[in-house]
Design a protein around this ligand. Sequence first.
Ligand code: NAG
Ligand code: NAG
Ligand code: NAG
Ligand code: NAG
Ligand code: NAG
Ligand code: NAG
Ligand code: NAG
Ligand code: NAG
Ligand code: NAG
Ligand code: NAG
Ligand code: NAG
Ligand code: NAG
Length: 524
Amino acid sequence: MWILIYLFIIWSSLRTWVAAVDFTVGDIVNETVSTAVWPTMSPQMTVAFRSQRDVMGNLTIDQLPYVGLNLRQVLFNNQTNMINEGNNTRLLTLFKSMLSSEVNAFVLDLEQHSNDLMVADTTLLFSDVLTALQSFIFSTQNNLYANIMVLLLNISASMPENAEYSYQNQTLNTTSILDKNIGSTFIYKPTDLQSDRAKNNTWNIYGKSSIDGWPTLGSVLYEQKKRLVIGELTDVLNETTAPYIFPHNVFHYEQGNITLDCPSTVEGLVNLSSVHWRFLDSQFNSVDIKEYISCGVSPIISNPAYINNVTHLADLIHGGNVWSWDNNQPSVTRSTSKSGDLSSALEAYNCVLLYYFANNETVTWRVDNCYNSNIGLCRYKNTAFKWLVRSNKATYFDFDSYQGSKCPDQYTFNIPRTPLEQRSLISYLKNASFPDTQIWIDLNSISVSNCWVSGGPYASCPYEKVISRRNFVKMMVPASVCSFALLCIVVYLSVLKVPIYDNRKNWRRVINKISKSELEGVPS
Ligand SMILES: *[C@@H]1O[C@H](CO)[C@@H](O)[C@H](O)[C@H]1NC(C)=O
Ligand SMILES: *[C@@H]1O[C@H](CO)[C@@H](O)[C@H](O)[C@H]1NC(C)=O
Ligand SMILES: *[C@@H]1O[C@H](CO)[C@@H](O)[C@H](O)[C@H]1NC(C)=O
Ligand SMILES: *[C@@H]1O[C@H](CO)[C@@H](O)[C@H](O)[C@H]1NC(C)=O
Ligand SMILES: *[C@@H]1O[C@H](CO)[C@@H](O)[C@H](O)[C@H]1NC(C)=O
Ligand SMILES: *[C@@H]1O[C@H](CO)[C@@H](O)[C@H](O)[C@H]1NC(C)=O
Ligand SMILES: *[C@@H]1O[C@H](CO)[C@@H](O)[C@H](O)[C@H]1NC(C)=O
Ligand SMILES: *[C@@H]1O[C@H](CO)[C@@H](O)[C@H](O)[C@H]1NC(C)=O
Ligand SMILES: *[C@@H]1O[C@H](CO)[C@@H](O)[C@H](O)[C@H]1NC(C)=O
Ligand SMILES: *[C@@H]1O[C@H](CO)[C@@H](O)[C@H](O)[C@H]1NC(C)=O
Ligand SMILES: *[C@@H]1O[C@H](CO)[C@@H](O)[C@H](O)[C@H]1NC(C)=O
Ligand SMILES: *[C@@H]1O[C@H](CO)[C@@H](O)[C@H](O)[C@H]1NC(C)=O
């Protein structure tokens, strides 16, 4: 009898934490960014986008893929103005929905009116746009939603008669406009870059500290808690009088029809990566936007639109944003065991396979069963573009276990972290004449469903809320100890056939429940 009581206690404590996990998972699945006018991102897309951000955390901010809008071309223009009749509420609402839709670069045309800046062709002040931006930053200043944004300014003088003077008019103080409407704490400033460089906190693509590099996304977002990089495309402002704004020569900005000459050799990719902040301002369609992104160019969408049809661009933006996962991925499959009895095949759809299609030389990511045997992806040291795939198949847990990974010395189990890294992987697979292939990559949600993390099967989910409820390593130990104890007892009882036979059905129910809850996220 005491055994039954003991088991019941174990079982109910397991149920408690499984319930806690369910709660967290629900939180993550159910979030969508919704507005009345702009199509919402699906929950999957939100999760996909976040997982990309997390994979890129150790990359420098100048090498990240951004998807941007040229605001004058798509929203703030004369056509809008005629319909809008001077009411800017809708304009700003649309701008906010673009922010929620993960557009993370903007080109804004400004005109200088004596000591103030106005958005060209509109009755909006620069400060109105900044205030909208600030409220977005406030509402997303947490580990789940924070992301870096780039604001590029195209400044011109409005009045032709005083054009030659207005540039030098000392009464224009961008610092005070930005201080008042955004707050200097959110801005990554030229002085921050200087101090990062002085501290050796800036990097090249080999992960070596470099004097002309930039800091990593993780450092900017989570350590320095900065959200915004502001640059000027024109050459109007002066570094000493506008100290929050990076000058135009920091950015590599091109406009119009550019034919892509995308490198496929490692050397070519390294050369391309040595160019910081690569933007192309042009008209895009749903196919070519992906090609530019896969070639390491950040698109600034300039397709003509205005207040009544700018939402047509949402699909283009969403399609551009997710460069990694397949459509409708990551799928939200809950782990189950087929019939609930211990002998059936184990399933845990919490691991990621990279699919390579040899016919069209594309790759895409899909969720798969961690217990399946597949080959895995290895990267050489800290180099961005050097890959290795061998033919040793293993389950996800065996490919990269506590004993080490199946990758050879100097190589680690890895993942393409940017579109450009993914491109180099495609070249590698193509040159090595791989057929259609499926490869484990270092991304899984074993610790918590929908929380995709790198760092092997034992990596834990970084979000505070989740960590406080459940820590993988801590949970792992009692769960396995319990099931081992159970197993011993069951074996003992079934061998000895002690007079507990009447209670067998109960036993089985308890065991089934425990084995199920284990499979919910802690396959061991
Ligand atoms: C999501 O929210 C809806 C209602 O807001 C609720 O009915 C549904 O159960 C939630 N889904 C999850 C997975 O929590
Ligand atoms: C917008 O209208 C103003 C005059 O109202 C004109 O000067 C300007 O060229 C127009 N801009 C565009 C992009 O058509
Ligand atoms: C502007 O438009 C919004 C809705 O589009 C409306 O609620 C508001 O009253 C309008 N404001 C003015 C001053 O017309
Ligand atoms: C700057 O603009 C103000 C307001 O229009 C004007 O009074 C002042 O003379 C201008 N200063 C210069 C140096 O042009
Ligand atoms: C900047 O504005 C000028 C007109 O004021 C325009 O001709 C130019 O194309 C704009 N540049 C960008 C990058 O939008
Ligand atoms: C601009 O405004 C800031 C306060 O926001 C002030 O500290 C700074 O001295 C001003 N700069 C100039 C050139 O007036
Ligand atoms: C940065 O790196 C350089 C060269 O490796 C070294 O000389 C310098 O002391 C380092 N600075 C700091 C602050 O660590
Ligand atoms: C990224 O992570 C690795 C391993 O943790 C580290 O050695 C490297 O310096 C980091 N930074 C960059 C920019 O790669
Ligand atoms: C910026 O303006 C200050 C004051 O007007 C001037 O001394 C300095 O030389 C200017 N710097 C540049 C890079 O133009
Ligand atoms: C860009 O290319 C498209 C299609 O190739 C063409 O229709 C368009 O006129 C071109 N635009 C410019 C500015 O050359
Ligand atoms: C919006 O409408 C204008 C004018 O009818 C058209 O030129 C433009 O292509 C449309 N833009 C989109 C994104 O549908
Ligand atoms: C590439 O080929 C695969 C299989 O033939 C197909 O499923 C996939 O959609 C293709 N990808 C693209 C981008 O055409």
